[in-house]
Design a binder for this molecule. Structure first.
Ligand SMILES: C[S@@+](CC[C@H](N)C(=O)[O-])C[C@H]1O[C@@H](n2cnc3c(N)ncnc32)[C@H](O)[C@@H]1O
Length: 217
């Protein structure tokens, strides 16, 4: 009974913010900018696994001329991001409650200019590298959906995941640029926007690893 009520509550709250999320994202494939009311020539940026949205809301505020789409598979988590965008009246950030595995169904080839992957699950304990969002099969999908010279901006606290990801980026033909093993003590920190998890890791003194992987033509 409690679970049912909880679910109903989420549905009602999502409905109240209906302009900020897309229930049937396949309908926007190849037409995201128009569907979001943004100019056809604006950059389109996608965050995978946005959590409660701290990062995407901040980068959207800083870049009003770019269109931001944020994807998160947990409805109860993404709800916080959607409600925050709606309460603030942001006009350039939109959400999908969906699994990144299905990304090819949602976006057309070359439609996205940048993908952000922030602190994705390292899948280390269960030793399931194929589930990592930087596994090569995922990278092949991203490559297809990125525009020429499109980029993936990747951050993690996890040393093994970072090393694995650099190898995967290289193997998939991406060029790794601006690599840092300690983002918060690097020149790149001036432009950096911290995510929810990044704030927690920084408080624990864990260095943040970051790379920009560029899709080579
Ligand atoms: C460790 S949290 C990081 C959240 C946020 N990016 C941050 O840095 O604070 C990972 C998030 O990715 C989401 N996630 C994991 N796998 C996903 C997938 N395949 N598709 C969409 N979201 C996913 C999880 O539900 C979770 O909210």
């Amino acid at each position: 009974m409690t679970r049912l009520r909880k679910k109903k509550n989420i549905t009602t709250r999502l409905k109240a913010c209906s302009g900020y999320w897309f229930e049937v994202p396949v309908a926007n494939r190849g037409a995201w900018r128009a569907s979001c009311g943004m100019p056809e020539d604006c950059p389109l940026y996608l965050e995978l696994g946005c959590g409660k949205g701290r990062f995407v809301l901040n980068v959207a505020r800083r870049n009003p001329d770019a269109c931001f789409i944020a994807l998160e598979k947990e409805e109860s988590v993404i709800l916080a991001a959607i409600e925050a965008a709606c309460a603030e009246g942001l006009t350039n950030v939109f959400f999908l409650c969906a699994d990144a595995v299905l990304i090819k169904n949602y976006f057309a080839p070359a439609e996205i200019d940048r993908i952000y992957i922030n602190f994705c699950d390292p899948w280390s304990r269960k030793n399931k590298p194929k589930r990592r969002l930087t596994y090569r099969e995922y990278l092949e999908n991203y490559k297809l959906l990125l525009s020429p010279n499109g980029q993936i901006h990747f951050k993690t606290d996890d040393d093994r995941l970072f090393e694995f990801s650099l190898n995967e980026f290289n193997a998939a033909g991406f060029e790794c640029r601006n690599v840092t093993l300690d983002l918060h003590n690097s020149p790149f920190d001036a432009e950096n926007v911290r995510t929810e998890f990044e704030v927690k890791f920084a408080e624990q003194g864990i260095p943040i690893k970051r790379v920009e992987a560029v899709r080579m033509p």
